[in-house]
Each structure stands twice: as structure tokens, then as C-alpha cells.
Design a binder for this molecule. Structure first.
Ligand SMILES: [Zn+2]
Ligand SMILES: [Zn+2]
Ligand SMILES: [Zn+2]
Length: 362
């Protein structure tokens, strides 16, 4: 950890992700080390209604029938439909293919789209807090229904791509739900490593990271005299703090403006979150997105909801895993170096990024 992160000049260090140590980030702020080229930001589509858009009101006939709508009566504000081009489906009864080292499992699952808002080009930070709270309610309700509908499902991934740089193919704001019979590798790695940490230290590593983020300064005392030997500014990683949720800039951020949101009280499963807590989650997310938007201007991002997998170990991981939302703004394109080495390159010191986000007046 840098001694003086806030006012440090050039930083060039490899930081290990504390939860998944095999995932490391090269923080290289020296200009000569900058291997990334900022991508030309596509102008954001801010129109409220687009006649030809299948996700806009009045064009409901252009999508498969609704699976869920909110509110249940009157004009819909959030609408959920099957994905027209699913990556997984339940209609293909395939036998498992296996030959030597080549193993596959059924591409069984569900792939659905949530039209987050009836307004075409609205961004998260422009949505009303009660609307965002309702959106999390829809995520949770659908996740529960999917797990209850088929016990082969191990994971339900809720994610959002916003903007062409983040891979959104339809400009109308939407999220996706993919229910699968396997656990995504990155979630599996988090679950495995946090369980190992728990076995050794008897506490949740995510809770420990929250505590660390809330520690602004560490003092090292001399062992014999008791005098202050050194004060270390451990950096301030808190971006936004609500009553029940906290937004943190990870110490080993893969993306320059990456921010994670976690419940302050330990909780492994997103399904266990009380719907009343979503008001606070909505507030923390909205304020965080407003900060990101102000700093990077028209944020294009992905977010991913990570929750404990529903496999046979679910109970065993209840104390060691902690659900969270990972927000990953896409401000640059991965280089050959990153793709070939598996090492993420971050050209902005995470402590300075946190400081800039916090400084936004909202
Ligand atoms: Zn639209
Ligand atoms: Zn925890
Ligand atoms: Zn995660």
C-alpha cells in the first residue's frame, strides 16, 4: 500500500485483488506506461421515446410477451420479457457431450431482459429513487421465481450493459437476467477464496474490506517505547455511505472508475435482502452513478450482481460470502498486453479516483 496515496506522483505497482489473489492489477499512472487509448465516447441517446424502439411504450407487440411488469396495474414502468436471442434456453433437450478431455454440460437456462424504465435514454442517476428500489425488487422477485422453478439452476446473474462501449446492443436502457446450471468462474473464485479466508480468520473478508475502507489512517507505534513511529494514510476508499449500503472504490480496481456497492451488515444472499432496504440501495446507487457521470461524462458501464450460488454449499458459504454490486465503467479498451497477460492495467491511482468521485458536489 502506498504511504501517501493521495498526493503521490507516479505509481507503478502490482496490486493483488484481496478476494481473488490470482487476479492482479498493474496500477501504472506514469504517462509513458499508458498502454490504453481512451475510446471515443459515443454520444448518449437521451431521447425519451423512439417510435421504432421495441422497448418503448406502445411497441409491446414487438417483444415476446411480458413475464413481469411493474406496477401491475396502469401503464408499465418496468417490463420484463424473454430475450429474443438467448445465450441459454430451456427448449433444447441435449444430451451431455463428453469425449476425453472435452466435456460439456447442457446449455440449459433462461435469458431474460428487463426494460429498466419506460423512458428510452434515461440513465440510472436520472431515475427516481422509488423507481430504482422497485427495479431491485423486480430483480429479486425474478431471481427467486427462477430458483424455485428448476432445481438444476445454480446461479442467476443479473447484469446491465449501458452504452455501446459496454456492449449494449439496444440503446433503450435495460438489464439482463441469465439463469444457469453452472456458477460463473469469477463468482466461483470469490466464493472459494472468501471461504478459505473464513476458515483461517473466522470472519468475512468482504466485511473486513468494509472496515478497512472505513479506516482512514493507521498509526504504527514503536514496540518498546510506545512512541508513534509512523502514520500511514491508507487511503479513503468510501465513495458513498448510506444507512445500510456502502459504495467503495476497490484497492485493486481492474477498471479506472470501478466501484462496488455492498450491504453494510453481513449478508450472503441477495434473496435475503429486505425490500425495505432497497430504498437505501437505490439512493446509494443513484448518488454513485451521479458521481461517475460527473467525473467521466456520460458513463458507459457494466454492472454485475454477485450473490451466493445456490449449490449444495450454499449454507456453508452463508458466513463467508457477501453479496455485492460491481460497477465497471468502460473508459478504455483492453490492450493485447492485458488480453495476453491476464493482468489488468489501471492508469489511474484508485485512491485518487476515489478522491475525485468523492469531491463531486451532488
Ligand atoms: Zn426505447
Ligand atoms: Zn460479510
Ligand atoms: Zn464480485
Amino acid at each position: 500500500m502506498s504511504d501517501t496515496p493521495a498526493d503521490a506522483g507516479e505509481v507503478r505497482e502490482i496490486r493483488l485483488n484481496p478476494i481473488v489473489p490470482t487476479e492482479s492489477v498493474l496500477v501504472a499512472t506514469a504517462r509513458s506506461m499508458r498502454p490504453k487509448k481512451a475510446e471515443e465516447l459515443a454520444p448518449r441517446d437521451t431521447r425519451k421515446h423512439v417510435e421504432t424502439c421495441p422497448f418503448c411504450r406502445g411497441n409491446e407487440h414487438k417483444t415476446p410477451p411480458a413475464i413481469m411488469v411493474w406496477p401491475e396495474a396502469g401503464d408499465w414502468r418496468i417490463r420484463m420479457v424473454e430475450n429474443l436471442y438467448p445465450v441459454l434456453g430451456d427448449d433444447r433437450a441435449q444430451s451431455n457431450f463428453s469425449f476425453g478431455l472435452q466435456q460439456t454440460i447442457d446449455g440449459y437456462g433462461r435469458h431474460e431482459v428487463i426494460i429498466d424504465h419506460y423512458e428510452h435514454g434515461i440513465a440510472i442517476h436520472e431515475m427516481a429513487e422509488p423507481h430504482l428500489a422497485a427495479l431491485f425488487g423486480v430483480y429479486q422477485k425474478r431471481m427467486r421465481q427462477l430458483f424455485e422453478s428448476d432445481d438444476r439452476l445454480r446461479y442467476v446473474l443479473v447484469f446491465k450493459n449501458f452504452g455501446p462501449a459496454a456492449g449494449a446492443s439496444i440503446p433503450h436502457t435495460h438489464s439482463q437476467v441469465i439463469a444457469m446450471p453452472v456458477v460463473p468462474e469469477n463468482v466461483e473464485a470469490e466464493v472459494r477464496n472468501s471461504a478459505a479466508h473464513y476458515a483461517k480468520h473466522h470472519h468475512c473478508i468482504f466485511c473486513a474490506l468494509i472496515d478497512e475502507a472505513l479506516t482512514f489512517e493507521a498509526t504504527i507505534y514503536d514496540r518498546s517505547s510506545g512512541a508513534v513511529r509512523r502514520k500511514i494514510n491508507v487511503g479513503q476508499y468510501v465513495i458513498e455511505r448510506g444507512e445500510r449500503f456502502i459504495a467503495i472504490k476497490p484497492f485493486a480496481s481492474r477498471y479506472e472508475w470501478e466501484v462496488h456497492i455492498l450491504p453494510l451488515a453481513h449478508q450472503a444472499d441477495f434473496l435475503d435482502a429486505a425490500t425495505t432496504d432497497f430504498d437505501d440501495l437505490a439512493r446509494v446507487l443513484k448518488r454513485t452513478m451521479a458521481r461517475l457521470d460527473a467525473v467521466i461524462g456520460g458513463a458507459q458501464y457494466n454492472f454485475f450482481l454477485h450473490s451466493v450460488p445456490h449449490d449444495k454449499e450454499r449454507g456453508a458459504h452463508a458466513a463467508s460470502y457477501h453479496w455485492h454490486l460491481e460497477i465497471c465503467p468502460r473508459t478504455s479498451i483492453p490492450t493485447g498486453f492485458e488480453l495476453g497477460s491476464g493482468l489488468f492495467v489501471n492508469t489511474i491511482n484508485p485512491e485518487q479516483a476515489a478522491e475525485r468521485l468523492r469531491a463531486v458536489d451532488i
